[in-house]
Design a protein around this ligand. Structure first.
Ligand code: PYC
Length: 398
């Protein structure tokens, strides 16, 4: 019989730390907490690990952000990813194949040049390429001038790439389990118990748990979960759809993103193309795939790669994105409720953040102090007007 990745437990009455959400961020937090020697931690997952955004993304990793805060944070994440297969003893199939962000307008190019310069100043490898240089690395791309949005240049980011997303979830889960964390599947948080401004615990479908600290790490469901603690988040939730094609012989050896056309694609080791478009234009919680997405994606991708005119789609899916006003996350204690923390607002770029998110969140919980790296991502920044504007680097979020 196959060995289970993590054990099953009866729910205890009390934990020191309860993590709501068994996605890559929640399990990474649990894993790093166990590595820091913190005991008596439970992860509560309403469905199964990876049911949410961690299992519904397109597995793109990069750190070519725009702001100093974003670049440093995502670069730490990419660095942790680079060593993760060895650390967790699991083949995560990380392929650093290089990442293109195409520019099709003068303002688009100006944004990419700013990112290239900011990246360079902070030691992140990204630089601009001309259309002929792009064509050399992507021979099938159309760089002609007669299309709707001719390609004027690209930001190229050699360390960017793709990874096996479910493997990241499983490996962090197994690592956390080995470190003594209890992972509880099918355990839905129905209420968050707060008394006199202090966290008391959570009520679940399997009983009530007392806890000194509770953190919500549920991405698209953050607004709903945090509302249970009386906390209102500045998030708007949109679905993001994606698709995977049949397998083809390997021809695309880089990740390609176009912010103007709102698309991104890469090819897996099995030969499938994993592709996506922008978020659904209106907020909702539906996770259904639509024909509208398929039509928009198809017309846009064919402008870049006409050779795909006969390609067959195998499967579509959607995930939920909790968008903040400045396109940066919140990883923060909530002053109004002592012992309650939020990790969310990952928009369309959360999966790549999992290691740095988990590591810094664990440090914040373990040391009762917000690490310098994530201080800019506080809940209070929206009141204090200290936004970390990452819209220009969010690629496909609007
Ligand atoms: O931010 O790299 C990104 C991304 C890729 C797909 C969706 N977001």
């Amino acid at each position: 019989m196959a060995k289970q990745m993590w054990r099953t437990y009866d729910l205890k009455k009390t934990y020191d730390i309860v993590i709501i959400g068994g996605g890559a961020h929640g399990l990474a937090t649990a894993y790093y907490l166990s590595k820091m020697g913190v005991k008596n931690v439970a992860v509560l997952e309403a469905r199964y690990p990876g049911y949410g955004g961690s299992g519904r993304n397109t597995a793109i990793l990069r750190s070519n952000y725009r702001t100093e805060e974003g670049i440093k944070f995502y670069d730490q994440s990419l660095g942790l990813y680079e060593n993760l297969s060895g650390e967790l003893d699991y083949n995560l199939m990380f392929s650093q194949q290089g990442h293109f962000t195409l520019g099709h307008t003068e303002s688009g190019i100006s944004g990419l040049v700013t990112r290239a310069e900011n990246n360079k100043a902070l030691g992140v490898n990204s630089y601009m390429l001309t259309p002929p240089e792009i064509k050399k690395k992507l021979p099938e791309i159309d760089i002609s001038s007669h299309v709707r949005y001719p390609i004027l240049g690209a930001l190229y980011h050699p360390p960017g790439g793709i990874i096996r997303h479910d493997a990241v979830v499983w490996a962090y889960g197994r690592g956390a389990d080995k470190g003594g964390v209890e992972i509880h599947n099918l355990t839905e948080v129905q209420d968050i118990l707060v008394e006199k401004g202090k966290i008391q615990g959570v009520k679940t479908n399997r009983g009530t748990i007392h806890a000194k600290k509770v953190i919500s790490v549920v991405a698209g469901w953050s607004s709903e979960v945090c509302r249970l603690a009386g906390v209102k988040l500045p998030f708007v939730t949109h679905p993001l759809q994606a698709l995977v094609t049949e397998s083809y012989k390997p021809w695309l050896h880089h990740v390609v993103v176009s912010g103007t056309l709102h698309i991104y694609l890469s090819q897996t080791d099995r030969g499938e193309l994993v592709c996506g478009d922008g978020i659904d234009q209106y907020p909702h919680y539906g996770m259904r795939s639509t024909l509208g997405f398929m039509e928009a994606f198809s017309s846009h991708v064919l402008e870049l790669f006409p050779i795909l005119h006969n390609i067959k789609v195998q499967r579509q899916w959607a995930g939920l994105c909790d968008m903040t006003p400045d396109y940066s996350p919140i990883i923060s204690p909530i002053d109004e409720v002592e012992g309650f923390y939020v990790n969310g607002g990952w928009g369309t770029y959360g999966f790549k953040a999992s290691p740095a998110s988990g590591f810094n969140t664990a440090k914040m919980l373990a040391e009762d102090k917000v690490p310098e790296m994530i201080k800019p991502f506080s809940y209070n920044r929206f009141r204090e007007n200290r936004l970390v504007g990452e819209k220009a680097a969010a690629s496909v979020s609007s």
